[in-house]
Design a protein around this ligand. Structure first.
Ligand SMILES: Cc1cc2nc3c(=O)[nH]c(=O)nc-3n(C[C@H](O)[C@H](O)[C@H](O)COP(=O)(O)OP(=O)(O)OC[C@H]3O[C@@H](n4cnc5c(N)ncnc54)[C@H](O)[C@@H]3O)c2cc1C
Length: 250
């Protein structure tokens, strides 16, 4: 019997316009953008969520891409993004080239890369612009003592060189002010002068979580890194899948 083909109606999403108020180069291929949503007093979201930015290509085809919100919710309608240029890509390069004052169309917030309740000690694991949602979450956690009291948090942030340790000053300041926040930057191609951790994030995650089966992990970045860390935690260390929250960018 022939099954009736249901016509798909496209989901109508409410679109918003945001204006870029600041555009800062974090490294040769990475930008930090600060945006303000037009016609809104407050833009509400849960730390770690993303927005979907829409833009037609020159051929007229509309493209939508996800970008994590790199800031905590504020009592106004501003939010930050942290994004990379993508070789042969369209939307990320288009966004990176926009001048201050330009506008973008987006829908959202969306996503479940957010803190799980009840809150546990946690390790945040990121490489590259995977730091974006984690920056928002960590700022939110350490804005008020009651949000982090009684818990230990680690941030293992991996990149090739020290000049791409995005937001390093902010994380070092939070670590100085809060003995329960441990910032663990690790470089895979560092020079001799680097005295911090070396190698891949999973090498250090293994050490941090050794002997602890009660932690939560939040992992964000490209799929190779995310999968390597999930494998370590689940298969090698026997964690339950609910202990691991992740967002893959590719
Ligand atoms: C939930 C979510 C949140 C995201 N948040 C961020 C963010 O905060 N910052 C950020 O920089 N990116 C983020 N990304 C990734 C971002 O959406 C992609 O970089 C984007 O899809 C690339 O779109 P494009 O139009 O520029 O390139 P496309 O034209 O779609 O792709 C061009 C080529 O690049 C490859 N490619 C696609 N994505 C990546 C990537 N991330 N890295 C390297 N190569 C890639 C593709 O395989 C393709 O070959 C997020 C992705 C998801 C799913």
């Amino acid at each position: 019997m022939e099954t009736p083909v249901q016509e798909r109606t496209p989901v109508e999403r409410q679109m918003f316009t945001a204006r870029i108020s600041r555009s800062i180069l974090l490294s040769l291929q990475t930008k930090h953008l600060e945006l303000s949503v037009e016609g809104m007093d407050e833009f509400r979201f849960v730390p770690g969520q993303f927005v979907s930015i829409k833009q037609p290509r020159p051929d007229g085809k509309e493209h939508t891409r996800a970008y994590s919100i790199a800031s905590p919710p504020r009592q106004n309608a501003t939010f930050d993004l942290c994004l990379n240029r993508v070789e042969e890509g369209f939307l990320s390069n288009w966004l990176c080239d926009l001048p201050e004052g330009a506008t973008v169309q987006f829908h959202g917030p969306h996503g479940l890369f957010t803190l799980r309740e009840p809150r546990k000690d946690a390790v945040f694991i990121a490489t590259g612009t995977g730091i974006a949602p984690i920056r928002g979450i960590i700022h939110w956690l350490f804005e008020k003592p009651e949000r982090n009291r009684g818990h230990e948090y680690w941030l293992v942030f991996g990149t090739r060189y020290d000049h791409s340790l995005y937001y390093r000053d902010e994380f070092e300041r939070i670590a100085r002010d809060n003995p329960n926040f441990h910032y663990v930057p690790t470089l895979s191609r560092c020079g001799e002068l680097w005295t911090g951790c070396r190698g891949y994030v999973q090498d250090h995650v293994r050490e941090i979580v050794a002997g602890r089966s009660d932690l939560q992990a939040y992992i964000c970045g490209l799929h190779q890194m995310v999968d390597a860390n999930r494998k370590l935690l689940k298969e090698d260390l026997g964690w339950d899948r609910k202990q691991i929250v992740f967002e893959r960018y590719d």
